[in-house]
Design a binder for this molecule. Structure first.
Ligand SMILES: [Zn+2]
Length: 301
């Protein structure tokens, strides 16, 4: 049989369940591979499981090639439609996978670059994706929210370990103990590698968002620097570069000062998850970096 590398698009879909795998194997042993394995630019974009089984059995399989001229986003859309309709996946899994594949970003971009026809309602990008993969738009938008605010949870949903409503609950109620929501939360560690107690997982997954906000401040600064490259001191006669720099520095400092860094070492030492009279964290259960550094300094002196 022809040999082809597997494209990352094909790797984005979860492996079939053991049951599905067994019945697929049985059917291939009996009738061979019926549905062609899909190639794009000589790489397998759909059918990696069929390809693997055929190779193992030493039998030939039919191939079909998508036009090389397609964009990757178009290939993703095509493969997602095939995969998500064929597999026994839940609505939650479909929404999470579609967002992981960047399908929503493609639709959002399309909306941003095409004017709606006159009298036509603006398209809902989430609804468009939901139609393509067979889920609902609420789940698609929630999956995007997860990707941005709790990126650790999205793969759990994609693999079926957690549903969209369960993940949403964790996202929205950071203080609710995970035991109550009957969800086995992901392992989240603080900056020192210490596992975060369930009640603080929601807080600590937000570290990622703090990180991207801090990066964004850096990007804003770069963009402004590009604008002022050819000017002397001031952006316009009415706006001082120094003021902008000062604001951005303040913003960066504020974000860093408020970002969860570590589980509060004082509460932890006392064995209490949250201790409301804790002087170190004021009952938050965690401390930002400057407080952590301060506590460490006190300990060593
Ligand atoms: Zn404390």
């Amino acid at each position: 049989m022809e040999s082809h590398p597997i494209h990352r698009v094909a790797m984005m879909f979860p492996a079939p369940s053991d049951d599905d795998m067994a019945s697929l194997r049985e059917s291939i042993e009996q009738d061979g591979v019926i549905q062609p394995i899909l190639l794009w630019r000589e790489q397998i974009v759909d059918g990696k499981t069929r390809y693997g089984i055929a190779k193992e059995l030493g039998i030939d399989a039919p191939f079909e090639s998508l036009p090389d001229t397609l964009e990757e986003s178009q290939v993703v859309q095509r493969c997602a439609a095939i995969n998500l309709s064929r597999r026994h996946l839940t609505s939650s899994q479909k929404a999470a996978i579609a967002v992981q594949l960047g399908m929503l970003d493609t639709e959002i971009e399309r909306n941003a670059t095409t004017e709606p026809e006159e009298g036509e309602k603006p398209r809902d990008a989430g609804a468009a994706v939901a139609r393509q993969v067979g889920t609902n738009k609420g789940y698609v938008w929630t999956a995007k929210d997860l990707r941005e605010n709790a990126p650790e949870l999205l793969p759990q949903v994609a693999s079926g370990k957690m549903t969209i409503p369960q993940a949403k609950r964790i996202l929205n109620e950071p203080d609710e103990p995970a035991s109550k929501s009957r969800v086995r939360g992901p392992t989240v560690a603080d900056k020192n590698g210490k596992p975060v107690p369930p009640a603080l997982v929601g807080t600590f997954v937000k570290r990622e968002s703090f990180g991207s906000a801090i990066n964004l401040v850096g990007q804003v600064r770069k963009t402004i620097n590009r604008i002022i490259e050819d000017t002397d001191d001031d952006l316009t006669p009415f706006l001082s570069v120094g003021d902008i720099e000062g604001c951005l520095n303040d913003l960066r400092r504020l974000l860093k000062a408020g970002m969860p860094h570590a589980i509060c070492p004082r509460c932890k030492a006392s064995g209490t998850r949250k201790q409301h009279d804790c002087e170190a964290c004021n009952g938050a259960g965690w401390v930002p970096k400057h407080l952590w550094d301060q506590i460490e300094k006190e300990k060593s002196s």
